[in-house]
Design a protein around this ligand. Structure first.
Ligand SMILES: [Zn+2]
Length: 376
């Protein structure tokens, strides 16, 4: 990971680069991110930049001995900790046991969600934590000399998963760290970070990415077509992680067009058209049916905000924006609660294996009623 690999967040990149070039590196950071906005990649890019032997004005060299080791996340002065739990390959749990799996996952994509990580190590339903053993290991590693670089860097991903009674172990070394030791804590849930830790770190907030930043990243990183990138950027709510998952899984263009056409058929109440659409939706797998409904909830929410002038209509024209403009007048205070409830119910029924054909047909006729409510 280099700074150039991180989408957007230019202000933060500049601040970190400035920290290094003006010799103002802090001993401890807390990267508090809107999920999927790039904090994990940024932590690695920053760690690399700090230890690069031939760094440039704006990024690491990529060629030096340190960079070559960072390419494999195998630099001996870089220590990474993350949530883990006993899984199919390990009956015990700590970060060390899973480090190879972590390298593998992160080298595949540093825009990684916690659920993807759990899936990767096969602990989907278990409660993963950064445990006391990890904290003891951090304390041990902090006390030994660096191997080859000036700085020793600890990255703690998902610091909100620090085991409650283990976290106090770290207070002393964060408060009075050894020389040239840097801690980078990353969290997606700032409220769960204990005040005692928070107060000892420099807080850097990562805002959600804009639709344009997500769209451009999809086009550049995945060769995604412009129109599809635009549709995904709408669904991803400021998270490039979510956008990339959508790109891989959901053929989001299909979801947008199907949603738009289904809704039109509900509005004009043409049963043959409605059933053609609902059969198609019901043929999707469960996750994709849920993605369809979640996309719908986002559309209704945007429509409501636009209808009450709470947000400006989107300026850069694309098919989603065009649809929102035309459709927003049918979503208002008279029907939004009923619409949201019906969609939420449908999602929970799908999770419980409801029959898709019946469920979506029923939802279609309800939608027709809800549209009528909007101008009653
Ligand atoms: Zn280098």
């Amino acid at each position: 990971m280099f700074f150039k690999d991180i989408a957007g967040q230019e202000k933060i990149k500049n601040q970190l680069i400035d920290n290094v070039n003006k010799n103002r590196i802090s001993h401890g950071y807390l990267f508090a991110e809107h999920e999927g906005s790039g904090a994990l990649g940024m932590a690695f890019a920053y760690a690399r930049y700090i230890n690069c032997n031939d760094r440039g004005q704006n990024d690491s060299c990529g060629q030096c001995n340190a960079c070559l080791k960072f390419n494999k996340i195998a630099h001996p002065d870089l220590h990474v900790f993350f949530p883990a739990a006993p899984g199919k390959d390990n009956d015990k749990s700590n970060s060390k046991l899973y480090i190879n799996k972590f390298r593998e996952a992160i080298l595949d994509s540093h825009y990684m969600s916690l659920s993807k990580w759990y899936e990767h190590i096969g602990i989907e339903k278990k409660q993963a934590i950064i445990n006391a053993q990890d904290c003891n290991e951090i304390i041990r590693l902090a006390s030994i000399k660096t191997y080859e670089s000036k700085y020793k860097i600890f990255i703690l991903w998902m610091a909100e998963k620090l085991q409650y009674n283990a976290a106090p172990k770290l207070l002393k070394i964060i408060e009075e760290p050894y020389d040239y030791t840097i801690f980078i804590f990353i969290t997606t849930d700032l409220h769960q970070i204990p005040e005692t830790i928070l107060s000892r770190l420099q807080l850097i907030r990562f805002p959600p990415l804009s639709r344009t930043e997500i769209k451009n990243a999809l086009i550049e990183k995945c060769g995604c077509r412009k129109e599809a990138a635009s549709n995904i950027s709408f669904q991803a709510s400021g998270s490039l992680t979510e956008a990339l998952e959508l790109f891989q899984l959901n053929q989001p263009e299909e979801i947008f067009y199907l949603f738009r056409d289904w809704l039109r058929s509900c509005y004009i109440l043409k049963p043959a058209e409605i059933f053609a659409h609902t059969d198609k939706i019901a043929s999707f797998g469960r996750e994709k049916q849920k993605a369809f409904l979640e996309f719908g909830l986002k559309i209704f929410n945007q429509c409501l905000l636009m209808n009450y002038n709470a947000i400006e209509p989107v300026k850069n024209f694309d098919e989603v924006s065009d649809f929102l403009l035309k459709f927003s007048k049918f979503v208002n205070h008279k029907n939004i609660i009923a619409i949201n409830e019906s969609f939420d119910d449908a999602i929970s029924h799908i999770e419980r294996n409801a029959n898709g054909k019946i469920l979506f047909a029923d939802l279609s006729f309800k939608m027709h009623k809800f549209f009528k409510l909007s101008y009653s």
